[in-house]
Design a protein around this ligand. Structure first.
Ligand code: 26Q
Length: 811
């Protein structure tokens, strides 16, 4: 623990300021005050960081490496202070210097190196690993530009680059002495020596991988783990300056640019795969650098590669880092002289894979020609893995060529990454119970029957430190006052809050806290977009990536329906509502962008209609990111989790909302099912088709959107409003959405679930009118949210998959 009092902190801060800026603190800019604070905190952390690393090395603890293309950390200052246990001291000390900690925290740029759920999950996992004292490391890419910045211009999404490193990053340390070299292209020379085949990679292009380390501070436990992100740089001897004088100027620049492109930008694609060569390059780049550096460290620390798998666990976050498997094989065989069999055993015991989606369009597969050309040796290894695997299949499934073809790693001219990940790992997991079952029964059934014991479930979680302690201080206070502080280290203890659910004074407090959070969000919305919203209306929130399967369109149609009702009857007695949306669409995803246009058009129309007297308001908040989520989620009354059943692998915002006392409007999809199981049917609003009905439609067909539409006058009216100029003078504008729903028989069944959605919202209105009932339901949700702490999730990964040692069993 850092033991520091206010006065020492003040002195340290003033000293640090002068050291960095050589000028008077009283005249300083806010940015320089923020940078000083960041640098000071980093100094505090460094010693603990060194100690943690030293202890891991001395104990030869088993290390976990979480490989992920995305880490969506958000801001680090507030949470680092919180975990160090010095946020209050720091706040008081700065107060005395007339500096407001909150406004300094607001100056930090979000570290937005992720698209959505998968990237944020990786960030929550890092926090939980450190807080449980698990020797755990993150490994990823230091994108120069993170996830794009979204601007809404005339109602449409416009993308701008996220230049998050513009003013530097106080949290990272460039480790110039820990660089690795990654090789692309070229050919493989094969010869044999003493009966052993030798593979030599020649004529390749080298890229320098430079690591930047960020400390990951555990909660009040002296643990500081490491997130290592790799940046691509040209190798100076290949970027040969003498070539300039030989007139090869362009070639040299081309080399430099092509290398730097590798870590230039995060692909803004979520749940959709495109066979882009640069993305394959990104994948091999960070995987190769990561695996090489793990092995280098392992050997330097006296480790014997024969028992590598006993001392190292590598986790593969979706298929994106699957090349870990052939890369580890390559190093063990080509560089360390292991036999195929030994290398394979070690690799399989080391690696574990998590699947995050069942959407077919998200499954990665790479064209063989592209693959071979970029990674010739890795391709050879995969070919051999495939050959051996298919041989086993032939022996087991004699004559079942279809099945063997379906399961092969290389087929139809593609390398199938999920198949590679499954055969090369000892564990394959889904991220919620339903999702894991669907993987076993449907998507990966062939593999499940072949390897029944590999498959398991690890329901996702979220770190309650960021999503409760940090983002909702007043609720945290109430919990401390009622049930004590044990829930902080043991989130499952939140369950004892349930006995307070009936108590009127607690209900009152919950109401007040929610109202304060709503006022704060209303202020944010006013400042950001100039819209005034009513804090006494229901804050009805859907924030997440914009995607057809998540069905923002269903939500939009409902609002259109309420609006037409109000136009007919302006005095209709409804509970006032504020509909809040936020989320980014992939830049090339036409229908998602149209959906944003529709929502902003509805907002435009409704918000200026004075006849309905502020009964409803619609807000689309620009540029959804982690920091905005921290403002929105604590202020929500209702959380919209309305994906087509079977499509949302888990969802994690559903857990964040629940923990903050929002009630959930949900289909029985992903982790919503487990939330329902926790709180009971009376404390959640469930609607829509179930798994069986949806799967039946997919299997047997029979969905007819026209029929559903024509038999419901409300649907006829609102679908018509999409094309009759009601929301845009350009009648063509929303026609693609209309056609998607009707002409193309929408595969996500929006119209089919409409009626049941409306009815569920009538139940919401009824419950909300009873203030005590609503707060009681909220309390029950809060009380049952502890199981969705990522501490629980990580505990399960660590015990059942990684075999980690623990410093703290915070459960
Ligand atoms: C793949 C290939 C090429 C380009 C991009 C991609 C790509 C990038 C990101 C594919 C998928 C993603 C992200 C997926 C994701 O965020 N999935 C979500 O993961 C969460 C954590 O498990 C779940 O809660 C969500 O249900 C799931 O949608």
């Amino acid at each position: 623990m850092i033991n520091i009092d206010k006065n020492t902190f003040k002195k340290d801060y003033e000293k640090k300021f002068i050291e960095m800026h050589g000028s008077e603190l009283s005249l300083a800019s806010p940015q320089s005050k923020y940078e000083t604070l960041g640098a000071l905190i980093r100094d505090y952390v460094v010693e603990m960081w060194l100690n943690t690393t030293r202890r891991y090395n001395e104990n030869h603890d088993k290390q976990v490496y979480y490989f992920s293309m995305e880490f969506l950390l958000g801001r680090l200052l507030g949470n680092t202070l919180l975990n160090l246990g010095i946020r209050d001291v720091c706040r008081d000390a700065l107060d005395e210097l007339n500096i407001d900690l909150d406004s300094l925290e607001d100056l930090e740029q979000d570290q937005g190196l992720g698209n959505g759920g998968l990237g944020r999950l990786a960030a929550c996992f890092l926090d939980s690993m450190a807080s449980l004292g698990i020797p755990g490391n993150g490994c990823g890419i230091r994108y120069k530009y993170g996830f794009f910045e979204q601007k809404i211009i005339e109602g449409s999404q416009v993308e701008a680059p996220d230049n998050w490193l513009r003013s530097g990053n106080v949290w990272e340390i460039r480790k110039a002495d820990k660089v690795e070299v990654v090789k692309f292209g070229g050919e493989v020379k094969v010869d044999s020596f003493n009966g052993r085949m030798n593979f030599t990679h020649i004529n390749y292009e080298s890229v320098l991988a430079v690591p930047y380390d960020t400390p990951v501070v555990g909660y009040e436990n002296d643990v500081v783990n490491t997130l290592r992100l790799w940046s691509a740089e040209p190798i100076s001897n290949e970027f040969d300056f003498s070539s300039f004088s030989r007139g090869e100027f362009l070639k040299a620049i081309e080399y430099k640019n092509s290398v730097e492109a590798i870590s230039q930008v995060l692909y803004p694609e979520d749940s959709f795969y495109e066979g882009k060569r640069l993305r394959l390059k990104q994948q091999y780049f960070f995987v190769s650098a990561g695996v090489q550096s793990i092995i280098r460290h392992y050997k330097n620390n006296g480790g014997n590669l024969k028992n590598f798998d006993e001392k190292v666990a590598i986790h593969i976050n979706d298929t994106h880092p699957t090349l870990v498997i052939p890369e580890l094989m390559r190093i063990l065989m080509d560089e360390e002289g292991f036999s195929w069999e030994d290398a394979w055993r070690i690799t399989k015991n080391t690696c574990a894979y998590t699947n995050h989606t069942i959407l077919a369009e998200a499954l990665e597969k790479w064209p063989v020609d592209m693959f071979k050309n970029l990674l010739p040796r890795i391709y050879m290894i995969i070919e051999e893995m495939n050959r051996r695997f298919c041989e086993k299949l032939w022996n087991k499934y004699i004559g079942q060529w279809d099945k063997i073809h379906r399961m092969a790693v290389i087929a139809d001219g593609y390398v199938k990454m999920a198949h590679l990940a499954i055969i090369g790992s000892h564990s394959v997991n889904g991220v919620a119970k339903l999702h894991s079952e669907i993987l076993k029964k449907q998507e990966m059934a062939d593999f499940y029957y072949y390897y029944p014991r590999k498959f398991n479930n690890k329901t996702n979680g979220i770190t309650h430190r960021r999503w409760l302690l940090k983002s909702n201080p007043q609720l945290t206070e109430l919990l401390k006052e009622t049930i004590g502080t044990s829930f902080i280290k043991h989130p499952m203890d939140m369950e004892s809050f349930e006995s307070y659910a009936d108590k009127e004074h607690v209900q009152e407090r919950l109401y007040e806290i929610k109202r304060n959070n709503k006022l704060k969000l209303a202020e944010v919305i006013k400042n950001k977009q100039g819209i005034i919203i009513d804090p006494d209306s229901i804050f009805d929130v859907q924030v997440k990536r914009i995607h057809a399967y998540k069905r923002q369109l269903l939500n939009a149609l409902r609002i259109m329906n309420i609006y037409s009702d109000l136009l007919e009857n302006p005095n209709m007695d409804i509970v006032p509502r504020t509909f809040i949306f936020a989320g980014k669409a992939a830049p090339g995803y036409f229908l998602a962008k149209k959906t944003i246009e529709l929502i902003t058009s509805i907002a435009e129309k409704i918000n200026k209609d004075t006849l309905i007297r502020d009964k409803i308001k619609v807000v689309f908040l620009e540029n959804y990111n982690v920091s905005l989520a921290e403002d929105i989620i604590p202020a929500a009354d209702l959380s919209e989790q309305i994906s087509t059943t079977t499509k949302e692998a888990s969802g994690t915002s559903n857990m964040k909302f629940m923990m903050n006392g929002a009630l959930t409007m949900a289909t029985l999809d992903g982790a919503n099912i487990e939330i329902r199981d926790e709180v009971g049917d009376d404390n959640i609003f469930i609607f829509g088709m179930n798994e069986r009905e949806v799967l039946d439609y997919y299997k047997n067909g029979g969905y007819n959107a026209w029929e559903v539409c024509n038999s419901d006058s409300r649907l006829r009216r609102i679908t018509n409003d999409l094309i009759n100029g009601q929301y845009s003078s350009d009648r063509e504008k929303f026609k693609p959405l209309y056609e998607h729903l009707l002409t193309y028989n929408d595969e996500f069944f929006v119209l089919k679930d409409f009626d049941s959605y409306i009815k569920a919202h009538e139940r919401v209105d009824k419950a909300y009118r009873d203030k005590h009932l609503w707060q009681k339901m909220a309390a029950i949700n809060i009380a049952h949210s502890g199981i969705f702490s990522s501490d629980r999730t990580i505990y399960e990964y660590a015990t059942a998959i990684w075999g980690s040692s623990f410093l703290y069993k915070n459960l």
